[in-house]
Design a protein around this ligand. Structure first.
Ligand SMILES: Nc1ncnc2c1ncn2[C@@H]1O[C@H](COP(=O)(O)OP(=O)(O)OP(=O)(O)O)[C@@H](O)[C@H]1O
Ligand SMILES: [Mg+2]
Length: 325
């Protein structure tokens, strides 16, 4: 049988991840080694520390992905890797590993845009979502509205003018003393709080863009007004009200964009798609499977099915890119 599996590698931020997709695009393995604990004490990802850790982890994680898939490199027909956006030093570790594997086996390599990877998480799992749809991509570094008509392509409709939605969650969590990364912690605490306790503003910028920096400042002022014991008592209310404001902004704009584009379906991807209030508030939308919302390599391998393959050895000079061009 021809080697038809895709080996995906993802190292754009603080997850070292590798996955194997079978020939019909089914997930055979999906290994994610999170470095979150390593960075927690700094309150965020330290790029140099992340690169060094990726270097240590990338080979064992790839090996583990092959083992769990019950495959060897003989089964792999293509290697997919995140090219950007992300931390350049971190990306280069994954790209170098992917080049080395592909080169040694004379395989083609598929450079993947990390954000197209998040979108392609929708094509995996038991209930793949078929275009056309309006995609809300809400992650740690991005908040995008995309018009998706076919697999592998999209048109950008709106983005954040300042912080990303996940970044707003993380900064809010920090102000509330919940540690890093904070999205999931706010999500949990908010369940015990009253979301109408505080009236945090939802910025209404023109068009289909977002802005979250004013909201973060509003939380900062609310926290500053409270003595330590009061903050302790109001923490859940603050978390719930803050989360409500972020979710409202996301829901409003996603629905407006879908209506403007005549798109019947909304799909949500990225780490913030794991948020339980957002999943409830956009009940009509399709969400990426929970385990595929935050960074993983299965979504990178998925995107590679619709991406441009570089034949051996044309990819040896391939470089990383840090941000959306
Ligand atoms: N349940 C949740 N509720 C809200 N936010 C969440 C939840 N779970 C994770 N997040 C947020 O998701 C983000 C991480 O998502 P993801 O891994 O997709 O982002 P990233 O890869 O860091 O950024 P990008 O994809 O833009 O490069 C973090 O900001 C985290 O706080
Ligand atoms: Mg991501």
């Amino acid at each position: 049988m021809a080697a038809a599996h895709i080996l995906g590698i993802e190292t754009s931020c603080d997850e070292t991840a590798a996955a194997v997709l079978g020939e019909d695009g089914e997930i055979r393995s999906n290994v994610v080694a999170s470095q979150a604990e390593l960075h927690a004490r700094y309150g965020g990802v330290v790029p140099e520390v992340a690169s060094r850790r990726h270097l240590e982890l990338v080979s064992p994680v790839v090996r583990e992905a092959l083992d769990r898939a019950g495959s060897t490199l003989d089964d792999v027909g293509r290697v997919a890797v995140t090219q950007g956006p992300g931390l350049v030093g971190a990306l280069l570790v994954g790209i170098s590993a992917a080049k080395a594997i592909a080169w040694a086996r004379r395989l083609p390599l598929v450079p993947v845009d990390h954000l197209q990877g998040h979108v392609a998480s929708l094509y995996l799992g038991p209930d793949p979502v078929e275009p056309p749809f309006l995609c809300l991509l809400a992650s740690g570094g991005h908040t995008l509205l995309l018009d998706v008509r076919v697999r592998g392509a999209s048109e950008l409709l709106g983005t954040t003018l300042d912080d990303a939605a996940g970044e707003a969650f993380d900064k809010g969590a920090r102000l509330l003393g919940l540690g890093y990364p904070g999205g999931a912690a706010i999500d949990r605490l908010a369940r015990e709080g009253d979301a109408s306790a505080y009236d945090f503003p939802v910025a209404r910028v023109p068009g289909l863009d977002f802005s979250f920096s004013g909201l973060k400042t509003a939380l900062l002022y609310a926290v500053r007004e409270l003595a330590a014991d009061e903050l302790e008592r109001r923490r859940a209310d603050l978390a719930a009200s803050y989360q409500r404001a972020i979710v409202r902004a996301l829901v409003e704009r996603a629905r407006a964009a879908a209506a403007e584009r005549g798109l019947q379906r909304i799909a949500v991807v990225g780490g913030v798609a794991a948020n339980s209030e957002l999943r409830g508030a956009l009940a009509e939308a399709a969400f990426a499977p929970l385990e595929l919302c935050t960074d993983n390599a299965a979504m990178i391998a998925s995107a590679a099915r619709y991406g441009r393959s570089l034949e051996y050895p044309r990819y040896l000079a391939l470089d990383a890119y840090a941000s959306l061009s």
